[in-house]
Design a protein around this ligand. Structure first.
Ligand SMILES: Cc1cc2nc3c(=O)[nH]c(=O)nc-3n(C[C@H](O)[C@H](O)[C@H](O)COP(=O)(O)OP(=O)(O)OC[C@H]3O[C@@H](n4cnc5c(N)ncnc54)[C@H](O)[C@@H]3O)c2cc1C
Length: 381
């Protein structure tokens, strides 16, 4: 991992994360991707080190370091493997939903489990509902003090390993959010047809089937009928960390291409001596730095609880596109070597492109930014 990319958060923490990434993640990354595996041991170890709870208050077992630390962790884990890093995102999403909207009772019960390594998924999508989750086929009905959930979720990241799901289901009042333990009677999962993706592979995205799954009343998270608002707020938070993963992918592709360009000779010189190649690197470094700075600005917005929607969307939009451009350029600089399956450039490109869709596609992010702009300027008109 090259020192060209100075830490932009707590340097001691970043140093520890980078060492872990070198020792544990980079050596495993190719196999995890090739076999589409969930890195259970690595993720549990990351949790045991306290790196999944940096934004949780101490009373729930967290270290309350702020969002720049969480971003730095995602960035450097993403450098080693975007598949491992996206496992952290689904943990962070569930945790954020509980932290922002859960009752004190459910927070006390569930949040401390994250420091112990709880693996979670965030289940919004259904076969007929992707970007548009305003109405859902998964239903929840009251039964005494409990809720009964029935339906099916698809494309659920980390779903092969999750011990707890945050699930969106529709009640009489509208879309609502529920916490559902994996071992609930009536819950099962299977690998959906065509659910294997070419990027962000952390175990196949599974379908979650709910057949009259009973959860206690306090597992309704937040306000009944306000689930879409809550889910989008959580996405606004996780988009900043997703941007960090894209920056990590871009940095890894850049470093790999730079190392190769210093080694590879053509026309009696190493190819980094060609000005045309240097210009590629100049453009890539500029774009990565811009995406990185914007991502840390978005983390600041999360700490300050303002402009979260704007900066989170901008950061993910820019960083995911930069990562795709840089990864593609890295393949180009590698020549035939860049296209080999046993070098990571192809993985970087697949992961980068996939993150232009997962967690909010570029089009949806632009729609969000359009609303932010209309609100700012329209209100003044
Ligand atoms: C790697 C990966 C991981 C995922 N993990 C999860 C997960 O853990 N949990 C979960 O719930 N879901 C997950 N998803 C699903 C993801 O959230 C959806 O794929 C995403 O919301 C887009 O929905 P869709 O694929 O149905 O596309 P659609 O909504 O059908 O959209 C198709 C195309 O139309 C565009 N489009 C849609 N609406 C508009 C509009 N209003 N204006 C302009 N363009 C528009 C989209 O941007 C896209 O380009 C994952 C997806 C991927 C690829």
């Amino acid at each position: 991992m090259h020192t060209f990319w100075e830490p932009m958060a707590d340097a001691a923490l970043v140093g520890e994360v980078r060492q872990f990434v070198e020792d544990r993640i980079i050596p495993a990354a190719h196999e995890l991707d090739a076999k589409d595996l969930y890195a259970t041991e690595i993720v549990k170890e990351i949790s045991r080190r306290g790196w999944t709870v940096t934004t949780l208050p101490g009373e729930y077992g967290g270290s309350d370091r702020g969002y720049a630390s969480a971003l730095a962790i995602c960035e450097d884990v993403g450098y080693g493997s975007a598949g491992v890093a996206i496992s952290l995102i689904t943990i962070f999403q569930a945790q954020t939903m509980l932290k922002l909207f859960g009752s004190e009772k459910v927070k006390k019960e569930l949040l401390p489990r994250f420091a112990e390594g709880l693996v979670t998924s965030y289940a919004l999508t259904e076969a007929s509902h992707g970007s548009d989750i305003r109405s859902l086929d998964t239903k929840a009905v009251r039964d005494g003090d409990d809720w009964l959930l029935t339906g099916e979720k698809s494309f659920i990241t980390s779903g092969s390993a999750a011990e707890l799901f945050i699930i969106l289901a529709e009640t009489e009042a509208g879309v609502s959010v529920f916490a559902v333990p994996r071992d609930s009677a009536g819950l099962s999962s299977y690998e959906g047809e065509g659910s294997e993706t070419f990027g962000l592979r952390n175990g196949p995205h599974v379908n979650i089937v709910l057949e009259n799954v009973r959860v206690p009343g306090h597992y309704l998270i937040g306000t009944e009928g306000k689930g879409v608002r809550q889910a989008v707020t959580v996405l606004d938070y996780s988009r900043t960390l997703a941007a960090g993963i894209s920056v990590g992918i871009a940095r890894a592709a850049f470093d790999g291409a730079a190392e190769y360009a210093l080694k590879r000779k053509a026309f009696d010189r190493h190819i980094l001596q060609f000005q045309g190649i240097q210009w590629y690197f100049a453009d890539m470094a500029t774009e990565i730095d811009a995406a990185r700075l914007l991502s840390y600005r978005a983390a600041e917005a999360l700490d300050e609880h303002r402009d979260v929607m704007r900066y989170g969307s901008e950061a993910k939009l820019l960083a995911s596109q930069v990562a795709t451009r840089v990864a593609s350029q890295a393949v180009q600089i590698g020549g035939a070597h860049g296209t080999r399956v046993n070098v990571p450039f192809g993985r970087y490109l697949r992961d980068a492109k996939t993150y232009e869709i997962g967690g909010g596609s570029s089009e949806i992010l632009k729609n969000t930014l359009g609303k932010v702009i209309i609100k700012a300027y329209g209100d003044e008109a």
